[in-house]
Ligand binder design. Structure first.
Ligand SMILES: [Zn+2]
Length: 248
């Protein structure tokens, strides 16, 4: 891959300025927390390598550790992004277990948290954040970071305000799309019909070569591509039986 990049100055330039770290709970952060390890959450640091600013996507379990990883890379955390409102992604209370997350990130890094308008109330209820701690977004909104511009895609279904985030040549998909699977649609706030549309219309329309960065390490590989998922993921087939299983 390095050879290919060396032959293509534009691509090499893009990859050099985009800062993107995929971090696994229990392995890369929250290392001493066995529940974090079992949950296999991915958090992401995304930003602009040149100006040194980044966002933490889904900073649950160990916000201090995630900030530290960014700092060790010479990056400053300038915000948090919630793909959705569940405690294993943003902190709060999960079946009686307190989980650190966006509230501690706001406190430690003095930043705000970006969340879709339809998940904002639930995020506040679960984490105790105040309205002034949040930046409310809708699908199509963009987030500039240095020379980078990220874009929010509204993908409801797992929760009403589920977000995917376009970053460079990748898309962070939260619990909407996993490698070979998708998020649950049987929890409060879930909507199987909207999930089916998010997967088979909204995400299917993205470019095949876009890299998929999921919210959990549940697949055969930690990441994939839109092309591979549209071919092999049963939940992305618009006319397959998998569609029926959503709607039962
Ligand atoms: Zn979730």
């Amino acid at each position: 891959m390095d050879d290919a990049l060396a032959q293509d100055g534009v691509l090499r330039y893009e990859l050099l300025v985009l800062y993107l770290r995929q971090l696994l709970s229990g392995r890369d952060y929250a290392i001493v927390n066995p529940i974090a390890g079992q949950m296999a959450n991915f958090a992401y640091l995304v930003g602009d390598k040149d100006n040194g600013e980044c966002y933490v996507v889904d900073p649950a379990w160990d916000p201090r550790g995630l900030i530290q990883i960014a700092e060790e890379d010479g990056m400053k955390v300038v915000g948090g992004i919630a793909t959705h409102c569940h405690p294993d992604h943003v902190g709060g209370n999960m079946m009686g277990f307190p989980i650190q997350g966006v509230a501690e990130l706001v406190e430690l890094a003095k930043v705000k948290v970006w969340v879709h308008e339809e998940d904002a109330a639930e995020l506040r209820r679960g984490t105790g954040l105040k309205p002034e701690d949040l930046c409310i977004v809708r699908g199509g909104d963009t987030l500039p970071v240095g020379d980078q511009t990220f874009e929010f895609i509204h993908t409801p279904g797992h929760t009403p305000g589920g977000l995917c985030l376009l970053v460079g040549n990748g898309v962070i998909t939260g619990d909407t799309l996993f490698v070979g699977a998708c998020g649950r649609v049987d929890l409060p706030g879930a909507d199987p019909r909207k999930m089916f549309e998010s997967l088979t219309v909204t995400l299917r329309a993205l470019p095949d070569d876009l890299v998929v960065y999921p919210g959990h390490d549940y697949g055969r590989t930690p990441k994939s591509t839109i092309g591979a998922e549209t071919r092999h993921n049963p939940f992305m087939q618009p006319d397959a039986d998998a569609g029926g299983t959503f709607l039962e």
